[in-house]
Ligand binder design. Structure first.
Ligand SMILES: [Zn+2]
Length: 825
């Protein structure tokens, strides 16, 4: 027995020894070796360098939409300006529609395995069983003399081989003729564009985007952009002016990027009058095409056509929507130097929420983003309704969210409004502050979500908001499938990218603003970054450098941990010791001194609360040797006098999660008052795993809590308090939510999701689970009787009794994606 105890003791010693000697990782070392070095193009301050350059491409496009065959064709003339210091032997053009070609399916996000029973749409995602003739037909590429230019297509990109180099400083004008079959949005996973057919009235809504051959980016860090379009990673594009003519059936309405140049020939007299009213209406939208008129339009099936003409200046892309189903409303939004028109286009299937909420959401986003980033520069901002997914383009976005039987739950409505605000926000990031989405999805999604959330907080306080706590389930998830934020867009899992590229950078920026840098200084730095890089192409290093340069806060430790690792914050308040200074009379009593010392050394070791009272420590006069050659002496009795009767608390905090952060300590006093002390992250500089710090307090403390306001996304708050407290168990949360097993059993079953996969809901005793498609099961936790949350990532499951003629429905939501389904067994 003795031997066994000794053995156990030696293990304890060695494991403690190991914990205290965790390897130094240099968490405060500069990240200079992890980011590109500054140069004449990108300066060390994070601003564009004195020799910064970027290419430019102007487009003249004439396009025809063929409704009968669901095709679109175009003749476009590109003028490409080579502002680089390099002579170019060839150009690269993006052909994103080719991603849907049969031979490019390995790029697609075919998810999951083949199972005994699976629905047909899911199988189509996996196998592309229907051989749809997707992708471009390139009819010609020719120069201004009509001479053909050689080209070579490599999947989603086309190489244009020039007969002589395009010299630095020169421009080249050439033309491309093309056409493609517009894809059915329901046939492909991650369809951002395409058509939606409405069998009930035999009409179609066309969402036309990444539709014309576009110049790839050529820049100082990449040369030619060389990542193929693989769907998740979006776009890298050059700025330019657009002159676009779109020919559509004469009874269609076209919503588009740019200024409408021929209003008088495409709109009726009444529509023009209503538009004139809308331009003066700043408090509410004016209907340009009413629901009744849209219903009447649905019955027209004219074979005549009309050509809509648009101009757009200094945009990096161009998109439009076209349908005879559209209802159209518009209102004016006065900004500091000009008035922008906020508008919405939606089919009757979007009523009534779209007429109530869409244009208002556009207006709210325009106002808050203009205040928090820089003024919206464009003349119009349009929200177009679609079945699912939100997708952004300059001046126009396609936004998912429709009521079911005319009704929408609060949660679904919050999601829809959040989507509109978010997609409008993309006008700033990346449409103007034009980062490379294909490399760094977080740069536009994260920065946009950060300001979108501020818009939601300010304008929609009734809905839940993202805060540091929101990232906890993700951060405490499975590290083996997690990627750092600084991972190329296409290399993240579909189940992870929402948390990793949207939520985590947002929370990181919230921490910097609210808890590390301070609001005023941070906001100045954030605006500095946006203004430095508007209409330019920033890289992550330019953002990292600007935020440090404009705040004088060394943030390398933050970038290193939050952006380059998957570590999480978990601080443990391992101990709090409470001392008081013994009275003056005791000082000469050696015996007492020794006793007090022994007591002090043991203090707290075996104490889990403050019940035993403070340990007394004795202060002895400073010996002369302590002063060395100093002639002056401190007044020891005066110092001791300051300490008598005060409470001295020594706290020890362990870094369990690996991520260093400031340490916020809440002191709860016995008189019921509270006080907060914050130690900067730099306290971890010399010991990255454990710190000890001493405080003097007038009052007596009854409880100490780390990160009391959940500012730093601590993944385990059970070890944040002294005395330790028991957290409410999952069982209590379950009881409090009033979700009984009987109620949950009404939700249990298989749901068919509109997107073509299935979700299974089941119960194991009092634990609830959902299994979506073939991904692993996720435990869900009730927040109300109908709303449940997955803790591992930011996702909710909502049950909607009688979604479709009395059937039980389900809404799965993750980031700005939502999937609706109906129970089938
Ligand atoms: Zn987005």
């Amino acid at each position: 027995m003795q031997r066994f105890i000794t053995f156990l003791f030696s293990i304890l010693i060695s494991s403690t020894f190991y914990a205290q000697n965790q390897q130094y990782q240099g968490k405060f070392e500069p990240i200079d070796n992890m980011i590109p070095q500054p140069n004449v193009y990108r300066s060390a301050s994070g601003a564009p360098g004195k020799a910064y350059w970027q290419q430019r491409a102007n487009y003249k496009i004439k396009a025809q939409l063929d409704e009968k065959n669901n095709t679109i064709s175009g003749d476009e003339t590109i003028t490409y300006y080579n502002n680089s210091p390099d002579n170019l032997n060839y150009l690269w053009i993006q052909l994103e529609q080719n991603v849907n070609k049969k031979e490019n399916e390995d790029f697609g996000y075919a998810f999951g395995n083949v199972r005994d029973s699976m629905n047909t749409r899911h199988m189509q995602f996996l196998t592309r069983a229907i051989d749809f003739p997707a992708g471009y037909t390139i009819k010609y590429i020719k120069d201004t003399n009509g001479k053909s230019i050689r080209s070579l297509v490599n999947n989603t990109m086309m190489k244009v081989l020039l007969s002589k180099p395009l010299k630095s400083g020169e421009s080249l004008t050439f033309s491309i003729g093309w056409s493609y079959h517009i894809t059915d949005r329901s046939m492909y996973l991650l369809s951002r564009e395409g058509y939606e057919y409405f069998p009930e009235d035999d009409n179609t809504v066309y969402l036309i985007a990444h539709w014309f051959p576009r110049m790839a980016v050529y820049n100082d860090t990449e040369g030619w952009q060389n990542k193929q379009f693989q769907k998740l990673g979006e776009f890298a594009l050059e700025f330019g002016d657009y002159d676009v003519e779109i020919t559509v059936p004469a009874d269609h309405l076209v919503a588009s990027t740019g200024d409408l140049k021929n209003e008088s020939s495409v709109l009726t007299k009444t529509q023009q009058q209503r538009m004139a009213m809308a331009r003066k209406s700043t408090d509410k939208p004016v209907m340009i095409v009413t629901p009744e008129e849209a219903r009447a339009n649905e019955k027209n099936k004219t074979t005549k056509t009309k050509t809509w003409k648009f101009n757009a200046k200094n945009v990096r892309d161009f998109a439009f929507a076209s349908s005879r189903k559209f209802i159209w409303d518009a209102q004016a939004v006065p900004l500091e130097t000009h008035t922008a028109m906020a508008m919405s286009f939606y089919p009757k299937e979007g009523l009534p929420v779209w007429s109530e909420s869409s244009t208002l959401a556009v207006k709210n986003a325009l106002e808050v983003f203009s205040k928090e980033v820089f003024e919206y520069p464009y003349p119009v901002c349009i929200s177009v309704n679609t079945s699912n997914i939100g997708m952004e383009f300059p001046m126009i976005s396609f936004n998912g969210g429709r009521p079911v039987n005319g009704k929408m739950t609060d949660n679904a409505k919050a999601g829809m409004i959040g989507t509109i605000v978010h997609e409008v926000g993309h006008n700033w990031f990346p449409m103007i502050v034009s980062s490379d989405e294909r490399q760094w999805m977080w740069m536009d999604e994260g920065l946009n979500t950060f300001i979108s959330q501020r818009t939601m907080e300010e304008r929609y306080p009734e809905y839940p908001h993202t805060q540091p706590k929101s990232i906890v389930p993700f951060m405490s998830g499975d590290k083996s499938i997690m990627r750092p934020i600084m991972t190329t867009s296409d290399n993240d899992l579909l189940s992870q990218f929402g948390a990793n590229y949207y939520l985590k950078p947002t929370v990181g920026l919230q921490m910097l603003r609210n808890s590390i840098v301070g609001k005023e200084l941070f906001d100045q730095a954030f605006k500095e970054y946006a203004n430095r890089w508007k209409y330019k192409h920033p890289n992550p290093a330019d953002l990292f450098r600007t935020l440090e340069d404009a705040t004088a806060v060394d943030l390398d430790w933050f970038y290193r941990g939050w952006f380059f690792t998957t570590d999480n914050v978990d601080m443990e308040l391992t101990n709090v010791k409470w001392f008081t200074v013994a009275n003056e009379e005791n000082i000469e009593n050696r015996n007492n001194v020794t006793q007090a010392k022994i007591k002090a050394e043991n203090a707290g070791e075996n104490t889990s609360d403050f019940a035993g009272g403070p340990e007394s420590i004795t202060m002895v006069p400073t010996p002369d040797q302590a002063y060395g050659q100093f002639l002056s002496r401190m007044d020891d009795p005066e110092i001791r006098k300051q300490l008598y009767g005060k409470n001295i608390y020594e706290i020890t905090v362990k870094n369990v999660g690996g991520l260093i952060m400031p340490v916020t300590i809440e002191w709860q006093y016995t008189d019921g008052t509270n006080e907060i002390d914050t130690l900067p992250a730099e306290v971890w500089r010399t010991n990255e795993y454990e710190i000890t710090k001493t405080f003097i307090k007038e009052k007596q403390v009854k409880k100490v809590v780390l990160d009391p306001n959940f500012e730093f996304a601590d993944t385990d708050t059970k070890n944040n308090s002294f005395p330790k407290v028991e957290e409410t168990s999952d069982f209590d949360t379950f009881k409090n939510s009033q979700v009984t097993n009987e109620l949950f059993d009404t939700y249990v079953g298989t749901y068919r999701i509109d997107e073509g996969f299935e979700a299974k809901v089941y119960r194991n005793k009092t634990e609830f689970y959902v299994k979506v498609a073939s991904s692993p099961e996720d435990r869900i936790y009730p927040e109300s009787k109908t709303l449940f949350r997955v803790k591992e990532f930011d996702a909710t499951v909502e049950f909607v009794p009688s979604i479709d003629g009395g059937k039980m429905g389900i809404i799965l939501a993750r980031g700005d994606e939502r999937y609706k389904g109906v129970k089938i067994d």
